[in-house]
Ligand binder design. Structure first.
Ligand code: RRO
Length: 305
């Protein structure tokens, strides 16, 4: 009998799927609902120190190939969000608190606040493509990534994941830096910087003009990033970008991911996508004689790591 359960840096997950940050993860109740629908773990919406309203509307555009968003990090601030974490914990799956900040100090403070609120792990969002001052500065050079990870990890007891940007010449250099800084794992990838234009209005559709592209269009980019990172670091990789089916998830696992995140497909298909992806992964494993997900991690690299 094949089984989907995985141990990710000590987080015991009943399957390797996680809710990605940004979709249905702003309240404890919605996170519980997604966990009940089958997600193996939940990543919260990225939270900062102070409340933020986010960018103006339109902040999301549905495209044929995916979604373009410029939400602009809307969140109630860490103090208010702690209550949502406590509520989400009732789901009985690992809750990973995502944080963003404008400085290393801010990031470290938020990381510790997430731990105090009960988060089972923390994801540093170093990669929002369109929030000036939050993400790009701390996430775009190996030096900055290493330094912020080291600072955030200092007094942290729970695992630390660094979510990296694909909008860079070398994501594997960023992953190596995260590992040197003490991150327990890396998450690849955040959205790709993009734009949509209304020919009628003759202007960009998003109020923020540019935004982050997610969904099926970015799966080949995400796979390439995970594949490259797998050749560069020993720490686990969490793959994300365009996963809608069990086959998509397995592609990420074969590229080197130990777990995967799903976001846009939750928007397009609803939370039922988690049980569908798991069912399809399990069927593939049974048909092909794999007993654990671990046996499949990185098999697309001939000769292994
Ligand atoms: O809130 C957003 O606009 C947002 C974030 Br924090 C992120 O990390 N990635 C993205 O595409 N949008």
């Amino acid at each position: 009998m094949a089984r989907l359960s995985v141990d990710l840096c000590g987080l015991r997950m009943k399957n390797p799927t996680m809710l990605a940050s940004g979709v249905l993860d702003e309240t404890g109740k919605s996170m519980v609902a997604v966990a009940k629908a089958g997600a193996g773990a939940i990543v919260t919406k990225s939270v900062g120190r102070e409340p933020r309203p986010g960018h103006g509307n339109p902040c999301v555009v549905e495209l044929e190939c995916g979604l373009l968003n410029a939400m602009g990090l809307p969140n109630p601030g860490i103090e208010a969000f702690a209550q949502e974490i406590r509520e989400a914990k009732k789901a009985g799956v690992p809750i990973i608190g995502s944080v963003f900040g404008g400085s290393e100090d801010e990031m470290a403070g938020l990381t510790m606040a997430m731990q105090r609120a009960g988060a089972d792990a923390v994801e540093l969002n170093l990669s929002c493509p369109h929030a000036r001052g939050y993400g790009t500065e701390l996430g775009s050079t190996p030096e900055a990534v290493e330094s912020v990870c080291r600072r955030a990890k200092q007094d942290l007891k729970v695992p630390l994941f660094a979510k990296l940007t694909p909008n860079t010449p070398s994501i594997s250099a960023l992953a190596v830096a995260a590992a040197h800084g003490g991150a327990d794992g890396v998450v690849a990838i955040n959205t790709l910087k993009g734009m949509a234009i209304s020919t009628e209005a003759r202007m960009p559709i998003l109020a923020n003009k540019v935004g982050g592209l997610s969904g099926p269009a970015i799966k080949p980019v995400g796979l390439r990033c995970v594949y490259e990172i797998y050749d560069s670091v020993e720490i686990p990789i969490i793959g994300v970008g365009g996963i809608c089916s069990g086959r998509d998830a397995l592609e990420y696992v074969m590229a080197g991911a130990s777990a995967v995140q799903i976001g846009t497909a939750v928007w397009t298909e609803g939370p039922g996508v988690f049980s569908k992806v798991c069912r399809e992964m399990l069927a593939f494993m049974e048909e092909n004689g794999f007993k654990t997900v671990g046996e499949l991690v990185g098999v697309a690299h001939a000769g292994g790591r």
